[in-house]
Design a protein around this ligand. Structure first.
Ligand SMILES: Cc1cc2nc3c(=O)[nH]c(=O)nc-3n(C[C@H](O)[C@H](O)[C@H](O)COP(=O)(O)O)c2cc1C
Length: 196
């Protein structure tokens, strides 16, 4: 059975760079046999949070929110590709995630951070760790940290130079770790329904 993995990315900038890492993660997981799909917050384009998904009467949520809720419920695992704006998470991705809560529960999540410089977005990645825990995901220990992103991945998301080669090496452990927890969580959900 293929792992269904949603890869979330949330920059709304016209000249955004992080989409390279999101593309890289989707292709890398797909090459390992996962059913990986990018969820691009800019494409989904939920409004600034007014009502959470669960605050709508059943069947009355806007169609893009309903479709995304269904996707999240059916996924086995999540990857959050996160840039860093002033040491914090990007608002587009945070806005998308805040629309949901129970839909995230009982699945593993992994964090792939990046930035234009050498700090690789790790300050934002650290904040995402606690955000994802609060939303009921189990955050795996392995992470990716990519920077400078322009010197690591080209416009099509392919690794370049020694930084790209280093990313390829760390991706193996990252994906192994995520796959192990994905299988463990799926089997446990099948064996014993989550307590709430
Ligand atoms: C509003 C803003 C704030 C930023 N703050 C940081 C920062 O705190 N740390 C950092 O390493 N890079 C920072 N950067 C540079 C980003 O790492 C870089 O622009 C990156 O490409 C942003 O991701 P995106 O292109 O996917 O939007 C900032 C960029 C913007 C636009």
């Amino acid at each position: 059975m293929s792992d269904k993995v949603l890869v979330f990315y949330g920059s709304y900038r016209s000249d955004r760079m992080g989409v390279r890492l999101a593309d890289y993660v989707v292709s890398g997981l797909a090459a390992r046999g996962a059913d990986a799909e990018m969820v691009d917050a800019k494409v989904v384009d939920l409004p600034m949070l007014d009502r959470m998904y669960k605050e709508y009467p059943k069947g009355a949520a806007p169609a893009p929110m309903e479709a995304l809720a269904e996707k999240i419920r059916n996924a086995d695992a999540f990857v959050f590709v996160t840039g860093e704006y002033n040491w914090g998470p990007q608002p587009g991705l945070k806005n998308l995630t805040d629309h949901f809560l129970e839909e995230w529960f009982w699945r593993p999540a992994a964090i792939a951070s990046y930035s234009a410089g050498r700090f690789s977005g790790v300050r934002s990645g650290t904040v995402w760790h606690s955000i994802l825990s609060e939303m009921g995901m189990v955050v795996i220990s392995s992470s990716l940290a990519v920077g400078p992103i322009a010197q690591t991945l080209d416009a099509s998301g392919s690794p370049i130079g020694s930084a790209g080669a280093a990313l390829d090496r760390s991706f193996i452990r990252f994906a192994d770790d995520l796959a192990w927890w994905t299988e463990a969580a799926r089997e446990q959900r099948a064996r014993k329904p989550p307590p709430y």
